[in-house]
Design a protein around this ligand. Structure first.
Ligand code: FAD
Ligand code: SF4
Length: 510
């Protein structure tokens, strides 16, 4: 065999560079469902089903091209971790070269180098053309900056690609309309949100569900409401549905939250993008068509485009720039264990209950729920960043390490000391009260920092400022928070400390 072409679960791209020059007479494709991966990352059942079902559908697509595909299912032997199974096929097929697109996980690249060296075959890593900015181009861009900021990168990408540009100027005269992206739903709530396109499990998905239940009965999460797109056609339909029905209000309500409304105006496209069923350029094009047709305004479309060509590409760049250090980073030296209720949602805090509950149900929470509800708790409750990152990698259908880890360690927990964020995302319960209805009827009171019914997030926010007063006071972005802290009397600060110590000592009971 000339080339064994490995297609990983998050590389389901029709136009993958791994297929360049593919010759069915000399080459073969390998796809592996590794049982050991379900054990390495204790994954939500919906996440596993999504990956495996999409892989099986993609394998059929490749076979329809008349290409030979060796597909290793969860039931096949040998069983074990991904690299172990690949090593078995390297021994079995004896290819001259193992070809694949650069993987999305740092550890895998190293492990594949070792496995191919041991098997005496060449490893050829090809460029991941799915991304708009290559790893090398990001490194070059980053070299020019002491502090990496998404906003500068985003402007750079817009200038390079001409997206939302009017010559050298941004369309509409401003680079971003962030200030228009922060509305809440008021007291009345969101009303009728257009339902998203869901995709009922077909025979392939149902077979995967049965296998996942059999192999991973104790893994977290439910499958009852599984309706994620698992094919390219479904992913395109989900994209069309979003730009036609929800993009218009995406920008305005991007940060808002509401009980029993898990998706609101969000795209639900991250998993399809990360599996590469969708190309980011076509996602952006679809949004731009909506703008041109007058179906969505500039503030919404710019806000959405910023997520795709700004945040998503930036996050990937910093992952490769900062690994492997990012996985171990712990700026504040936090060491507490993740409370067990993160796996059940059984807590008295209504906001955490809502965000974790929908996560276990759908494998989904939107950005502000991840950042300013569960992530905020992780930061303020001083949880070990590795435990928090492990949870996020396990529970979201869109979780792949290159995107999960920088968002958790870098954004939510400030674990790498602000390499690419200007300040920790610390806030009190007042923020959640403003952006949602969660606090109505919660066991706790968001306005209180001390006392039996004080909101744990509010108490722990003031405690966080108190503990890090010197560091936060020295930065212009957080100095105002510290000034507010310094307005408290010595007694009030002592009471916050006492209440915080009490809460931190019994995180399991909150
Ligand atoms: C702590 C934390 C963990 C996260 N973990 C993941 C993860 O494992 N996988 C993942 O894809 N996203 C992750 N995100 C980013 C973001 O929350 C999700 O991409 C988004 O919620 C997915 O839902 P959606 O498709 O409805 O997105 P929308 O809110 O509709 O946004 C549109 C698209 O923009 C992209 N996007 C938006 N924000 C980001 C971001 N910060 N980083 C990268 N892409 C972004 C996504 O592709 C998303 O589909 C995380 C964010 C935080 C704060
Ligand atoms: S009061 Fe505090 S714990 Fe309760 S929902 Fe509001 S922010 Fe969350």
């Amino acid at each position: 065999m000339r080339n064994l072409v490995l297609v990983l679960g998050d590389q389901l791209d029709d136009h993958s560079s791994a297929f360049d020059g593919f010759d069915p007479a000399q080459d073969c494709i390998l796809m592996v469902e590794a049982r050991g991966e379900g054990e390495r990352v204790w994954s939500h059942k919906a996440r596993t089903v999504l990956f495996l079902s999409a892989m099986r559908h993609f394998a059929e697509r490749l076979r329809a091209r008349g290409w030979p595909v060796t597909y290793h299912t969860l039931d096949d032997v040998p069983q074990g971790g991904l690299v172990e199974v690949i090593a078995h096929y390297l021994g079995d097929c004896r290819p001259e070269t193992l070809v694949l697109v650069e993987p999305g996980e740092y550890w895998l690249e190293g492990a594949l180098r070792e496995a191919t060296a041991a098997a005496g075959c060449r490893l050829e890593l090809r460029l991941d053309t799915h991304f708009i900015v290559s790893r090398a181009d990001f490194m070059r861009w980053a070299k020019g900056y002491k502090q990496l900021r998404m906003e500068f990168f985003y402007r750079h990408v817009r200038q390079q690609t001409g997206i939302l540009m009017d010559g050298k100027e941004p369309v509409g005269g401003a680079w971003n309309f962030d200030a228009e992206n922060r509305a809440n739903f008021g007291k009345k709530g969101p009303g009728l949100v257009p339902a998203h396109a869901g995709f009922a499990p077909d025979a392939t998905t149902r077979a995967v569900m049965a296998a996942v239940k059999r192999h991973f009965p104790d893994n977290p999460g439910a499958l009852d409401d599984f309706d994620w797109p698992v094919t390219r056609e479904q992913a395109l339909a989900a994209l069309q549905d979003f730009v036609e029905h929800r993009l218009e209000l995406f920008g305005r309500y991007q940060d808002a939250m509401w009980t029993a409304q898990p998706f609101l105006y969000h795209a639900r496209l991250s998993a399809a993008l990360n599996l590469k069923l969708l190309d980011p350029r076509e996602v952006v094009d679809a949004a731009l068509v909506s703008l041109q047709a007058g179906r969505a305004g500039l503030a919404s479309v710019e806000g959405f485009v910023r997520q795709i060509i700004g945040w998503r590409e930036f996050i990937r760049g910093v992952y490769w720039l900062e690994m492997p250090g990012m996985a171990e980073a712990n700026h504040f030296g936090h060491t507490r264990g993740l409370p067990r209720w993160f796996w059940t949602g059984q807590t008295h805090m209504a906001c955490q209950r809502a965000a974790i509950g929908q996560t276990l149900c759908h494998g989904y929470a939107h950005h502000i729920q991840r950042l300013m509800v569960t992530g905020l708790f992780g930061l303020l409750a001083e949880i070990d960043p590795r435990q928090v990152a492990h949870w996020y990698l396990a529970v979201y259908v869109d979780a792949v390490e290159w995107v999960e880890l920088p968002n958790v360690a870098g954004m939510a927990l400030y674990a790498n000391g602000g390499r690419f964020t200007s300040k920790p995302y610390a806030a009190s319960g007042a923020y959640i009260q403003r952006m949602s209805n969660y606090c109505t009827g919660c066991h706790y009171d968001p306005g209180k920092k001390t006392g039996e019914d004080a909101c744990p997030l509010t108490t722990l926010y003031w405690h966080f400022l108190d503990r890090h007063e010197a560091e936060l006071g020295g930065s212009p972005r957080t100095a105002l928070m510290v000034k507010n802290l310094q307005r408290l009397s010595a007694e009030e600060r002592a009471a916050v400390r006492a209440r915080a110590e009490d809460l931190l000592g019994r995180l399991e009971q909150l």
